[in-house]
Design a binder for this molecule. Structure first.
Ligand code: ADP
Ligand code: ZN
Length: 722
């Protein structure tokens, strides 16, 4: 009989699987196997049979070393890997790697021992031993530690009784990674609108067909309560559920809401879980023991055994786009996953992405609307503070009207949030004597003054240096001027304006861990803070019952950078921030400091007229053939030699396959033209919507010359930031 050759995809930067002899291993597609690769062993996945291996390879084909005792990677996952790789142009092996990111410690559990009464009387009776016998008199099994604790004795007492045959040890089954959620633990009383949306979702989950829903509800309308009803229906049907959230929103608060509804917390999946927990979760998901996972974008690549519903919470959030390695958008790929698995998916947002909004308007997605806040709370009342007419004095950032509102809020024992999306003390430091500006030596960027850390920091590459005592250029002393505000500087101003107030600054660089964030959120919820000063970290989904005033210190900040999504981002971010106000009691207020009160974003925010914003934004996108009305890709060439980078970029344009539907623009210096010492040039590729731009790019790159030296190409399909 001819020997059987199979293709094994390895989690490496390879697009094609390698061939191996199956030998005695009865392997099937999806099985995890270890194979020899050079001098090492590598774990990969059987992708299929190879009936006609290249005869020249015949005597070089090695055999599979071992088949792993874990559930195979299902058909759906292999299709997802193929799809994501085709779409993003990332090598298939690199996409597979995300699906195999299962941590260490797979395989059999370390044994947990329990004890029970065995009968033989102890040779010697002591008070402690008597307590143990009483505690275990019911004959039931307990963990060793648990038994010692119950009897109030040291573990040594238990060991002694085991040695004498009074107690017997029992191997306990492994503790489940997540206890099963109870669909009927605490069902809510839904408002009529909520009930209607929930009923639709329940039907859809029962039907189990591919369908995309936009759960579109203002902040505080109870989107979570509604999608939980879909989750409950999946649980009742024995199906698994994936709830995707931006990593930063995976807080104790959001997990507690789940357990308030279902009696237990969901399994978590994000960057901070331990390797062992990761391994057990991965396996539990693959075996179908874990029913609900709440996770960051990478949870999309978990090997669900029987997925019945996907939720993408805050679907518009830019954090869903992975910007390094495999550049994928988790929301878009979640829709692909749902289609492959023929299951419903819910995209939830108060400010949907323009893509999703257009899909809903065109009827490709089905809209479920929650137009009101639950309990009839009014939406915040938003006003602009025109900085050119009533701005603060020079060197200050809080206008008198905003300061007055903060004062009122504190007097009413409510909280105020001052939002400024800028970390550090000041974005630019210059020498008043000679005009010298501190810039990053490796990037095209100014160094940001971070006073808490006493450092000047580059926000692009992380370079940092202590603040020098004198100007490096003219040696003047005490000549530095900080230009513009960051949250740290705002804190200084708040300190002078409200010396008695308890102030908390929330900014990602001041947070050492997710745990610290959780603690800070609790402090706010329990009312131990009067004024919160924060970056976008505070915008995401948090519920602060006492917060009634939101002041946006510089609303124009995100509009100035030439990114085609700047208006959308600003609108979403500021709506989210303002939506933190007045969620529980009293009227909420938003005060927006801006130089452009007539900008469509500001006008929509002030009038509370979301429609106006989408109408103008959709119109602009359509006219410019920007996504979702056309496709866009970017290709960045980078390297330490600027001329070589530019030459390579021009060469790429010259060899691009001709197709009148595709336009290649550039090369132009990338928005960050120097990053970590590498010069960057960008090509922008545009095509109509109904065109396989990924396929065209692949054909193009197949013709491209090999990169030499340290030249690198980075491809981004549907780039979301510029
Ligand atoms: P959204 O996600 O739309 O901003 P949430 O789901 O966070 O809104 O709900 C806002 C608040 O209203 C939460 O405190 C939530 O517990 C409460 N809420 C919403 N719907 C209900 C309901 N049907 N019963 C009880 N509380 C509800
Ligand atoms: Zn830098």
């Amino acid at each position: 009989m001819a020997r059987r050759i199979v293709d094994v995809l390895l989690p490496l930067a390879l697009d094609q699987p390698y061939s191996y002899a199956a030998g005695d291993h009865a392997v099937a597609p999806g099985d995890l196997v270890t194979v020899p690769l050079g001098t090492r062993a590598c774990t990969g996945v059987v992708w299929g049979d190879n009936p006609n291996p290249d005869p020249r390879l015949d005597n070089r084909i090695k055999a599979i070393a071992d088949k792993l005792d874990v559930p195979p990677l299902r058909d759906e996952m292999r299709k997802l890997v193929d799809w994501v790789s085709h779409y993003t142009l990332a090598p298939r092996g690199m996409v597979l790697r995300m699906a195999l990111r299962m941590g260490d410690g797979l395989g059999p559990e370390r044994e947990r021992l329990g004890v029970r009464l065995a009968g033989a009387p102890p040779q010697r009776m002591t008070a402690a031993r008597a307590r143990v016998l009483r505690a275990l008199a019911d004959g039931l099994v307990r963990g060793k530690g648990e038994a010692a604790k119950e009897a109030g004795v040291s573990p040594g007492v238990i060991d002694g009784l085991i040695d004498e045959g009074t107690l017997a040890t029992v191997v306990l089954p492994p503790e489940p990674i997540a206890r099963p959620p109870d669909a009927d633990f605490a069902p809510p009383d839904l408002s009529p609108e909520q009930a209607a949306a929930a009923a639709t979702l329940r039907d859809e989950v029962r039907e189990k067909t591919f369908n995309v829903f936009l759960l579109d509800g203002v902040t505080g309308s109870g989107k979570t309560e509604v999608y939980f009803e879909g989750v409950a229906e999946a649980i009742r049907g024995g199906l698994q559920v994936l709830i995707l959230m931006p990593e930063i929103a995976l807080t104790a608060q959001s997990l507690d809401r789940f357990s308030a509804r279902f009696g237990v917390r969901p399994a978590e999946w994000h960057s901070e879980i331990t390797p062992r927990r990761r391994a057990r979760t991965w396996q539990g998901v693959a075996e179908g023991d874990v029913q609900v996972v709440a996770g960051a974008r990478s949870a999309l690549f978990l090997p669900f055994a029987d997925l019945g519903l996907i939720i993408v919470d805050e679907e518009h959030d830019p954090a869903y786009k992975q910007e390094d390695g495999v550049r994928y958008h988790a929301r878009d790929m979640a829709v692909v996953r749902a289609r492959i698995g023929a299951l419903p998916i819910v995209l939830a947002s108060a400010t949907p992405s323009v893509e999703t909004e257009v899909n809903a308007r065109k009827g490709r997605y089905r809209r479920l609307s929650l137009p009101q806040r639950f309990g009839g709370q009014a939406l915040p009342h938003v006003e602009a503070i025109d900085l050119s007419r009533e701005g603060p004095p020079r060197g200050r950032w809080i206008a008198p009207r905003l300061a007055g509102a903060v004062k009122d809020a504190i007097e009413r024992k409510q909280q105020a949030l001052l939002f400024l999306n800028r970390r550090g003390y000041a974005p630019l430091t210059l020498c008043r004597a000679c005009g010298y500006r501190f810039a990053c030596p490796q990037c095209d960027a100014w160094l940001v003054d971070h006073r808490f850390k006493r450092q000047l920091v580059c926000h692009h590459c992380g370079f940092s240096t202590p603040h020098p005592p004198a100007c490096p250029n003219c040696e003047a002393v005490d000549s530095f001027a900080a230009c513009g505000p960051g949250v740290e500087r705002l804190e200084e101003e708040v300190g002078t304006l409200f010396p008695e107030a308890r102030v908390l600054v929330m900014s990602s660089d001041l947070l050492t861990s997710v745990e610290k964030l959780r603690e800070e959120l609790t402090e706010i919820q329990e009312g131990r803070v009067d004024i919160i000063i924060g970056t976008q970290l505070v915008a995401k989904g948090h519920h602060f019952p006492r917060l009634n005033l939101v002041g946006i210190v510089d609303a124009d900040l995100g509009l100035a950078n030439g990114d085609p999504r700047a208006a959308e981002r600003t609108f979403q971010l500021l709506s989210q921030v303002a939506g933190r106000a007045g969620r529980e009691e009293g009227q909420g207020y938003g005060l927006i400091q801006t130089h452009q009160p007539e900008h469509p974003v500001m006008r929509a925010l002030i009038a509370g007229d979301r429609e106006a914003f989408y109408a103008s934004e959709i119109d602009i996108r359509e006219r410019l053939h920007y996504p979702p009305f056309g496709r866009l890709a970017s290709l960045i060439v980078s390297g330490s030699d600027r001329a070589a980078v530019e030459t390579h970029a021009r060469k790429l344009i010259a060899i691009a396959p001709r197709d009148e539907r595709v336009r290649v623009l550039g090369p132009a210096e990338a928005p960050v033209s120097l990053l970590r010492g590498r010069h960057r040039f960008r090509l922008l590729i545009k095509s109509p919507r109904a065109f396989d731009l990924s396929g065209w790019m692949r054909d193009w790159l197949a013709l491209a010359p090999k990169t030499t030296g340290d030249l690198k190409r980075e491809i981004d399909i549907d780039p979301t930031s510029f």
